[in-house]
Design a protein around this ligand. Structure first.
Ligand SMILES: Nc1ncnc2c1ncn2[C@@H]1O[C@H](COP(=O)(O)OP(=O)(O)OP(=O)(O)O)[C@@H](O)[C@H]1O
Length: 222
């Protein structure tokens, strides 16, 4: 379990202030909240991209090399799709397994594009590649930050299937950020709501449906 306690971070006029937020192991978590509510800032703090002003994050034994994330605008190495995909393995001094690489390329609709210059991929393709790149080294905690935003409906369904398959075979902890409940509804076991830098509520999607106020109500009504 990852335990976030009394976490504070000031960025100019924005104040992140989280009293207590727990991420139970091997569950699929949704992180929701309006634009600017602090979701990406929280992820940067948990993944170590940013240092908090105050507070603690107890990773429950996870090492930094067990944690990964994808972003809305993933960074592509100025190299081929293949080199981008195997980069996390290289960093961890692991050998790429041909069958696994082929499986990921196939699942992400990138088969045949191995030698393409990765920055020339479409935005949806880049997000698919970043998803595969995040998972290829078998992390234990994954943050998916708006990764499905630019994907077509079929690709979203196939990613949801990949996530469910991983959870069946070898479960890991997921935190999926989305503005579109349809992307995470039915997938998440627990949803966390952020508003104006604060963590307002955690609960099952159904409990969230009861909790959330006007404005969210139309998107999350059960
Ligand atoms: N480097 C920065 N300089 C100034 N303000 C910043 C910086 N980074 C983030 N902020 C501000 O912090 C607030 C929280 O941003 P954050 O990206 O965490 O929100 P978010 O919930 O992820 O939003 P979105 O849903 O739009 O992606 C915003 O008001 C943003 O403008």
């Amino acid at each position: 379990m990852v335990k976030i306690i009394k976490l504070e971070k000031r960025i100019e006029n924005f104040q992140l202030d989280i009293k207590r937020l727990f991420l139970q192991e091997k569950k699929i978590h949704g992180l929701i909240g309006k634009n600017g509510s602090g979701k990406s800032t929280l992820i940067k703090l948990i993944t170590g991209l940013m240092r908090p002003d105050q507070g603690t994050i107890d990773y429950g034994g996870l090492k930094s090399t067990d944690i990964t994330f994808t972003t809305q605008r993933p960074y592509m190495l100025h190299d081929t799709v293949y080199q981008n995909l195997i980069y996390p393995l290289k960093l961890r001094k692991k050998m790429p397994v041909k069958e696994e690489i082929e499986k990921w390329l196939d699942q992400c609709g990138l088969a045949g594009k191995e030698q393409q210059f990765a920055p020339s991929l479409s935005s949806g393709e880049r997000q698919k590649l970043s998803f595969a790149r995040a998972l290829i080294f078998k992390p234990k905690l994954v943050f998916i930050d708006e990764t499905m935003a630019n994907m077509d409906a079929e690709s979203i369904r196939s990613f949801q299937t990949i996530i469910m398959e991983i959870q069946k075979e070898n479960p890991i902890t997921w935190v999926i950020v989305s503005h579109q409940p349809a992307h995470i509804d039915g997938l998440c076991q627990e949803v966390h709501l952020m508003e104006a830098g604060r963590h307002l509520f955690s609960g099952t999607p159904k409990e969230m449906g009861y909790f959330i106020k006007e404005g969210y109500e139309t998107q999350w009504s059960y």
